[in-house]
Design a protein around this ligand. Structure first.
Ligand code: ZN
Length: 78
């Protein structure tokens, strides 16, 4: 099995997977990651992929304690 984002894995792709990233607007960068942006599937670069992934992770982390807080307070009051 080849690595899907480098070497043989991207040789078959148009321009070896290079193009313009719709998120950062960088041209001639490898756009290998499919991401849904505003309902549309778009191919983005690894930097934007990591950026969006980190944002989603932080949002999930922020949402989790808020959801758990009422449950944690309940036993103390009772
Ligand atoms: Zn990008």
């Amino acid at each position: 099995m080849s690595k899907s984002h480098r070497g043989t894995g991207i040789r078959a792709m148009a321009s070896h997977g290079r193009g313009k990233c719709p998120v950062c607007g960088n041209e001639n960068i490898k756009v290998l990651y499919e991401k849904e942006i505003d309902g549309n599937k778009a191919m983005i670069c690894k930097f934007c992929n990591a950026n969006l992934k980190n944002k989603a992770r932080k949002e999930a982390k922020n949402a989790a304690p808020a959801a758990e807080a009422p449950a944690a307070e309940a036993p103390a009051e009772a």
